[in-house]
Write a protein that binds this ligand. Structure first.
Ligand code: GRF
Length: 219
């Protein structure tokens, strides 16, 4: 069983997808702790309900000292013996100190097809740009924001009448599929990084190209 620490800042719907997956028979990973930097994060309730230790490490207690905050975080994670750290809506930028400490054992979910649309307000930027596809990405974390070797992506179509919230909801549905899948593949020891590219052994790859719009209808 791979021991996973999940770091959150809010709602925790991706955490929930991991909790649900971990509850399935034969799932090869176990969530050993959930840590939030925000005391009121709803995800903490989800963890408690599932009987998972839930803790707050509030960054505000450390002033501007990011490394002191991360050292506290790191100490808690190690206390639970975590082997993998999964960021799930964790809204603090991590310093190179933490990233290096958890190199290749730290993953993140981002709600776009990286390297397109890093950062925040992603869905509005996708709509404003007129992109026909968006999606979500699970990647290993590197020091630059929303960068690092990609493990899995899901592509989601963008509709002409999409709003930020309708697109976010469509992407979120896929997020909840790919995060448990990525953690499963890592736990099964099938994920390898070579020259900053991820190779997944035994993976079935998509062979289809999809068009959006998929054609035109004559009226
Ligand atoms: C998700 O869209 C995730 O991709 C992004 O932040 C959001 C967190 O949602 N990094 P939740 O807290 O998991 O519901």
């Amino acid at each position: 069983m791979l021991k996973v620490a999940v770091l959150i800042s809010g709602r925790g719907s991706n955490l929930q997808s991991l909790i649900d997956a971990a509850g399935e028979p034969g799932y090869p990973a176990k969530i050993v702790c959930v840590i939030s930097n925000e005391p009121n994060a709803f995800g903490l309730e989800r963890a408690k309900k599932a009987g998972i230790p839930a803790e707050v490490v509030n960054h505000r207690d450390f002033g501007k000292d990011r490394e002191a905050f991360e050292k506290a975080l790191d100490a808690r994670i190690n206390e639970y013996g975590a082997q993998l750290v999964a960021l799930a809506g964790f809204m603090r930028l991590l310093t190179p100190w933490f990233v290096n400490r958890w190199m290749d054992r730290l993953i993140n979910i981002h709600p776009s097809l990286l390297p397109a649309f890093p950062g925040i307000h992603v869905h509005q930027k996708v709509i404003d740009y007129g992109a026909r596809w968006s999606g979500c990405t699970i990647h290993f974390v590197r020091a630059e924001m929303d960068c690092g070797p990609i493990i899995i992506q899901a592509a989601v179509p963008v509709m002409p009448d999409d709003t930020e919230s309708s697109l976010a909801a469509r992407v979120l549905e896929s997020e909840h599929k790919i995060y448990p899948l990525a953690v499963r593949m890592i736990a099964e020891g099938r994920v390898n990084i070579h020259n900053e590219r991820v190779f997944v052994s035994g993976a079935e790859m998509q062979t289809q190209s999809l068009l959006n719009p998929s054609g035109s209808s004559k009226t």
